[in-house]
Design a protein around this ligand. Structure first.
Ligand code: KIV
Ligand code: ZN
Length: 547
């Protein structure tokens, strides 16, 4: 890849850094659904995961490489610590993709060297050269990151970057790992790298940053002005702690303020050529999919994708907008695909119309999944007069959630509640071996009673830390979407479901979270940044790099 790709490359790390958010872990089908939507969105690179973490993570990256990594699709990238075992696993996992990348990293700040790596600067410099060289012997496209760049000594970082490029790195990523820098400082850091690394013209400069001070997007825009040409970001800004720079905010800032940014890319201000390859009309749909599948709700006032981002509630604003939209609007809601919520199907629509509409929305289901989704659609159509695209999306995203090798399937739920009654729930589940088990419980309300009954059936200690309900569409017959988060041994597990009956949605969401807990609690994957860096000797002889 040339040093200056002529536009800003969008590197999406929702499936890697985003999935590192507490409680956001995804099953294979969910990862595939998100990767397919990211490809429709038009991101340049998908960081699909950290293959060395666990067999499940390896498999997910490999399946994404197979299904999304075709010739005109995005580059499929995997993360690897600067360790041979990680790099080898990463190369194997991304192998099915036509365009594949290994992203390897090591920390460069003294605080990380002393307390995390327990290595000297000279050792880190040597590891960088060796491991980038090894990665480059396996793939043509290698990205190298200086972890905690924001707090690293720039002079040392220049040396490490030079060594990485010399060993074959084609992209150099500068992460503000702890979200510490301010926009001016971050811009200067990128300018310094451009000025002081002698071979920097042979690599694309990338940035990665966390939002601990709410500055990640501002930092990245400053980096673009100083020569960064790849932005690492996530949908809805999810990620470690306060999250990553949000893709939708970056893309729309570069879209809306194109004439301001154009000159920094050597274009005349009036150039209408897009600054990124993202299809902005896919943004809202992608945001909803990621929110539904990760259980990470989007705050209503979140820029671009929050429920209020395009709502003109106040009278003065509405009056102004009716006279001329430009009085209070800088983005037409259609640009981000917001108004595409047409009434798509009704009670009499058949299976082929249903399939066709799902395909138009970008969902291609297997025959079996289509049968299940169609049955759910028919049930819904009996209860709800008009089925909109949002309803269809809710049905399909719930379908994908059920792929956790379900220990339990919800068979039925009944509640009795009301004035003067003690809320009571009776729940029947089907276990993995096909047995039916039933329990009844009382609670402070019908949902509490349902959760108590489910807990008696599942018998795994957990704490309910979040329960939220929101309606999918407007109207009294709208489906309610329920998101539940459970904590078990310090780890969060989320579940999501939608139904016109919110008690049923709550029961299904709770079962989804329990299944995820039961699947996840026995195989906690390795954390790429917190697990100790393995030594060279950890890798079987045959797989050792040529150092
Ligand atoms: O925040 C960070 O430094 C990272 C690296 C692994 C790129 O996520
Ligand atoms: Zn990160």
């Amino acid at each position: 890849m040339a040093r200056d790709p002529g536009r800003v490359l969008i590197f999406d790390t929702t499936l890697r850094d985003g999935e590192q958010s507490p409680g956001a872990s995804l099953n294979l089908e969910e990862k595939l659904a998100i990767a397919q939507q990211l490809a429709r969105l038009g991101v340049d690179i998908i960081e699909a995961g950290f293959p060395f973490a666990s067999p499940g993570d390896f498999n997910a990256v490999q399946r994404i490489a197979e299904s999304v990594g075709h010739a005109d699709g995005p580059v499929i990238c995997g993360l690897a610590r600067a360790a041979a075992g990680d790099i080898k696993a990463c190369a194997d996992a991304v192998a099915p993709a036509v365009r594949r990348r290994i992203h390897t990293f090591i920390a460069t700040s003294d605080i990380h060297l002393e307390h995390k790596l327990r290595k000297s600067r000279a050792e880190v410099l040597a590891i960088t050269g060796d491991m980038v060289d090894y990665a480059r012997s396996l793939v043509d496209d290698v990205e190298f990151s200086c972890e905690d760049a924001g707090r690293s000594d720039p002079e040392f970082m220049y040396e490490v970057i030079e060594a990485a490029i010399k060993a074959g790195a084609t992209t150099i990523n500068i992460p503000d790992t702890v979200g510490y820098t301010t926009p001016a400082e971050f811009g200067e850091l990128i300018a310094g790298i451009n000025a002081h690394v002698p071979n920097i013209d042979q690599a694309v400069i990338s940035v990665h940053g966390h939002n601990d001070l709410g500055l990640a997007v501002a930092n990245f825009l400053e980096a673009v002005k100083n020569g960064a040409r790849q932005l690492e970001c996530t949908i809805n800004g999810i990620g470690e702690r306060a999250g990553n720079a949000s893709l939708e905010e970056l893309v729309m800032a570069l879209h809306v303020r194109r004439s301001y940014f154009n000159p920094f890319l050597g274009r005349p201000p009036e150039s209408t050529e897009p600054l990124t390859g993202v299809r902005t009309e896919e943004i809202t749909k992608t945001s909803r999919l990621v929110s539904n599948l990760t259980g990470m709700a989007v705050q209503p006032n979140k820029a671009i994708v929050g429920a209020n981002a395009f709502a003109h509630e106040s009278g003065i604003h509405q009056d102004g907008v009716l006279k001329n939209r430009l009085t209070y609007e800088i983005i037409d809601a259609r640009t981000v695909g917001l108004s595409d919520n047409r009434i798509s199907l009704g009670k009499l629509s058949g299976r082929s119309a249903f399939r066709a509409r799902l395909e138009e929305l970008g969902y291609e289901l297997t025959r079996e999944d289509l049968d299940d989704a169609f049955a759910r659609f028919k049930e819904l159509a009996d209860r709800k007069r008009e089925i909109t695209d949002r309803d269809l999306e809710a049905i399909v995203s719930e379908q994908v959630q059920q792929y956790d090798e379900g220990r339990f399937t919800l068979k039925s739920v009944q509640v009795s509640c009301g004035t003067g009654l003690q809320p009571t729930a009776t729940v029947t589940l089907i276990t993995a071996d096909g047995a039916e088990i039933t329990e009844a419980a009382i609670g402070t309300g019908p949902v509490d009673a349902v959760c108590q009954a489910l807990n008696r059936l599942a018998q795994v200690p957990n704490e309910l830390v979040e329960f939220s309900v929101k309606s999918v569409t407007e109207g009294i017959d709208a489906m309610g979407e329920v998101t539940i988060r459970l904590r078990h041994q310090g780890v969060l597990y989320s579940g999501h479901a939608a139904d016109t009956d919110i008690v049923v949605a709550a029961a299904q969401a709770f079962v989804n979270a329990l299944n995820r807990l039961l699947n996840g609690s026995h195989q906690q994957p390795l954390h790429p940044q917190k697990a100790p860096l393995p030594q060279l000797g950890d890798l079987p002889l045959a797989d050792r790099p040529r150092v």
